[in-house]
Design a protein around this ligand. Structure first.
Ligand code: NAP
Length: 290
């Protein structure tokens, strides 16, 4: 039971649509478990982002998450931005500071923590990204930061994949990873079986397969699935997507995006409150959401 008084700190999420969000349940459960006097609510945005951010800031809202379609547009309303979020070009977490809101991207922190939990090591490996939208951009930069041998971006719209390739190659070169910067490649999704590498770690970052379209996968070619050692689908509803089924049918390991979702929220909570959320609280969140 949430107790609200004159000292309750207010947090929330801005997006549209927002009705489906799981974030209030996650954040309020963490506050409840840790006995922190805070409440987290959804804010349905309707266009005037500048006025909304100004209003929330002047009311002292301590932290905000930002979701579709505002993760990029929000950047111009911030006083500062974390360098990795700047490279990605997307922010999902705002922290109140005395100068204005400061932006982070905790989607990549969330995925990084999921990979640590599952023992997935990217250094020296071949990373493959299905998609070139907002989530794929974050994943591509996370992969690059972990120094893989190569990154292949596979997308329906090849131009978007090429744009992402340019940005990731520049990031790699700018951070001294010259060999990687030469090994970022693109493929059209219809040519996925032409992937050059075996034993790949594949991140499914398209919206294909999202409930209720459980029987769809962006790639159905069996040859492609033979080249995967681990598949990570960012989708968490359904808990086993057709992409994951195909990976498992090929005898390989697959994970969904639930831990990423939980850890992006946990990472935002930690940034806002300057604390570390204990493992047992994270495990209880996972049980609550399975
Ligand atoms: P987005 O920016 O809209 O990008 C969608 C991507 O899917 C694009 O690459 C798009 O290709 C591709 N796509 C869509 N329909 C397709 C189709 N019929 N055939 C082939 N490709 C198709 O979306 P997003 O924000 O990146 O989100 C992508 C997914 O990641 C969503 O399912 C979302 O729920 C999930 N996600 C999960 C987490 C988590 O915490 N677990 C976090 C963020 C996102 P084109 O470029 O050709 O249009």
């Amino acid at each position: 039971m949430v107790k609200i008084d004159g000292r309750t700190a207010l947090y929330g999420i801005i997006g549209n649509p927002i009705e489906h969000t799981l974030s209030p349940g996650i954040h309020n459960a963490i506050s409840g478990a840790l006995g922190i006097n805070a409440v987290y609510v959804p804010f349905k945005a309707n266009g005037d982002l500048k006025a909304m951010v100004k209003g929330l800031y002047s009311l002292g809202v301590k932290g905000l998450n930002v979701t579709v379609p505002y993760k990029t547009e929000i950047i111009k309303e911030l006083y500062g931005i974390d360098p990795m979020a700047r490279s990605i070009g997307a922010v999902n977490t705002l922290k109140y500071t005395e100068h204005g809101y400061y932006g982070y991207n905790t989607d990549i922190l969330g995925l990084s923590r999921e990979l640590d939990d599952e023992g997935v090591e990217l250094a020296g490996r071949h990373a493959v990204i299905l998609g070139a939208g907002g989530a794929a951009r974050a994943v591509a930069f996370l992969c690059a930061s972990k120094r893989p041998a190569s990154i292949t971006i596979i997308n329906r719209t090849i131009g978007r994949a090429q744009d992402l390739k340019t940005d990731v190659s520049q990031y790699a070169a700018g951070n001294g990873m010259y060999e990687l910067s030469e090994n970022v490649e693109v493929l059209q999704d219809t040519q996925a079986s032409e992937l050059k590498y075996d034993d790949c770690i594949v991140f499914q970052c398209t919206s294909v397969g999202l409930a209720p379209n459980d029987n769809e996968a962006v790639i159905n070619d069996e040859e492609f699935y033979k080249k995967i050692s681990t598949g990570v689908d960012l989708i968490y509803r359904p808990s086993e997507t057709l992409f994951m089924k195909n990976v498992r049918k090929a005898g390989k390991t697959a994970h969904n995006g639930l831990k990423m979702l939980i850890y992006q929220a946990v990472s935002a909570y930690e940034i806002w409150n300057g604390i570390s959320v204990p493992d047992e609280v994270v495990e209880n969140l996972r049980r609550m959401l399975v």
